[in-house]
Design a protein around this ligand. Structure first.
Ligand SMILES: *Cc1c(COP(=O)(O)O)cnc(C)c1O
Length: 372
């Protein structure tokens, strides 16, 4: 059996280090906002190339807190519009509506799965204040164009980097490309804790301070409260795990890219379209960290069954687009042909960095033998 993502095998590689991290926290007698969190925040800010990193409880909170802080700072108000890709994972949109802001859904490009910059321009109104750029499946959105559009229209840019730790363009990484970024360290993400965890990165001092206070009851100083905040903190124990995992992240990304290149070069089935073309090198795909390797086919169920019969597990990211979810029935009238086709056709192949070359070969051969 080739699992889609083998979390146990991934974490087993570092079992000794993870166990000593737990002991370190137990022995320290300090469980919230201590040395492990500070150490991780410094290391992750350095990794992303940003001035600040603020650890929070999860990725959704990271996004919620950035928008909330911009509201507290007077840059946003209820009812303002936030442009967001229609095919994102629903958490991006939850962060907007949680703040009583209005999501404006925009179609992605077929070739990248990421938001189409031309469609961003068409969606801008007098109420637009933010572009929420999602680096979906681990591939950077076109941040160069997005930042030019934002500058022209005086908009804030929030990156949703939950799937893209370490993806880079011209030497700059996800998390340091917009005005602020939300990260998730959910166990299945490329940089995964052993429980829930998240972070915000930014170069903006005032925003960083505001988020620190908001995530800690709105308190900037003990027992003094500037805001009606929430409790969204990164645990010491998760930070201790993340300090271990961060030191191995680049090796894992390199292995993911190796697997992606093998898939791109090996899969020859014309019924299936691939997220990257054959013949690329690791340097050519530095803007993609392959959180997911997503192929498209008109006969998705058939392909999934064929792979499953061969003992290969696949997953669909995602089966229902946000505007077709019951939670967002206010969008149910919307017609989003590119987004809807993506949700009907995508299938994610196994991409554990722990896959062996034989596993990868077996996935390729099984796909090439699929006749539809
Ligand atoms: C996982 C994810 C989130 C939410 O992160 P959690 O830590 O699960 O709250 C947000 N956006 C995207 C694109 C994600 O993949």
């Amino acid at each position: 059996m080739i699992p889609f993502l083998d979390l146990k095998a991934i974490n087993n590689q570092y079992a000794a280090e993870l166990k000593s991290a737990v002991l370190r926290v137990i022995d320290s007698g300090w469980y919230i906002h201590g040395a492990e969190v500070t150490n991780f925040e410094q290391k992750f800010a350095a990794y992303c190339g940003t001035k600040h990193c603020i650890g929070v409880a999860n990725g959704l909170d990271a996004l919620i807190l950035v928008l909330r802080a911009w509201k507290e700072l007077g840059l946003l108000k209820e009812g303002d519009e936030v442009i967001v890709p229609a095919n994102t994972y629903i958490a991006s949109i939850l962060a907007i509506t949680e703040n009583r802001l209005k999501p404006v859904l925009v179609e992605p490009e077929n070739s990248t799965f990421n938001i189409n910059p031309e469609d961003i321009i068409r969606a801008i109104t007098k109420k637009t204040r933010v572009i929420l750029a999602v680096h979906l499946y681990g591939k950077l959105a076109d941040m160069h164009k997005i930042m030019i559009i934002a500058k022209e229209h005086n908009l804030l840019v929030l990156e949703d980097s939950a799937q893209a730790h370490g993806a880079e363009v011209e030497g700059r990484k996800a998390g340091g490309l917009g005005h602020a970024s939300g990260f998730s360290f959910y166990p299945g993400k490329n940089l995964g804790a052993l429980g829930d965890a998240g972070a915000v990165t930014t170069n903006d001092d005032e925003l960083a301070q505001t988020i620190r206070a908001l995530s800690n009851y709105g308190s900037h100083r003990k027992y003094e409260n500037l805001y009606q905040g929430l409790n969204s903190r990164l645990d010491e124990i998760q930070a201790a795990f993340l300090n271990v995992k961060l030191s191995h992240l680049d090796v894992e990304i390199a292995r993911r890219r190796e697997i992606a290149i093998a898939y791109a070069n090996g899969i020859k089935n014309l019924e299936i379209s691939l997220p990257i073309s054959a013949g690329l090198s690791e340097a050519d795909i530095s803007n993609h960290v392959f959180h997911l390797f997503v192929v498209r086919t008109k006969n998705r169920l058939g392909l999934q069954q064929h792979l499953s019969d061969a003992g290969i597990q696949t997953v669909i990211h995602y089966p229902i687009p946000p505007h077709k979810q019951k939670a967002y029935c206010l969008f149910s009238h919307m017609v989003m042909p590119i987004t809807e086709a993506i949700h009907d056709e995508v299938l994610s192949l196994p991409i554990s960095p722990t896959l062996t070359n034989e596993d990868v070969e077996k996935v390729i051969e099984t796909i090439n033998s699929f006749t539809g």
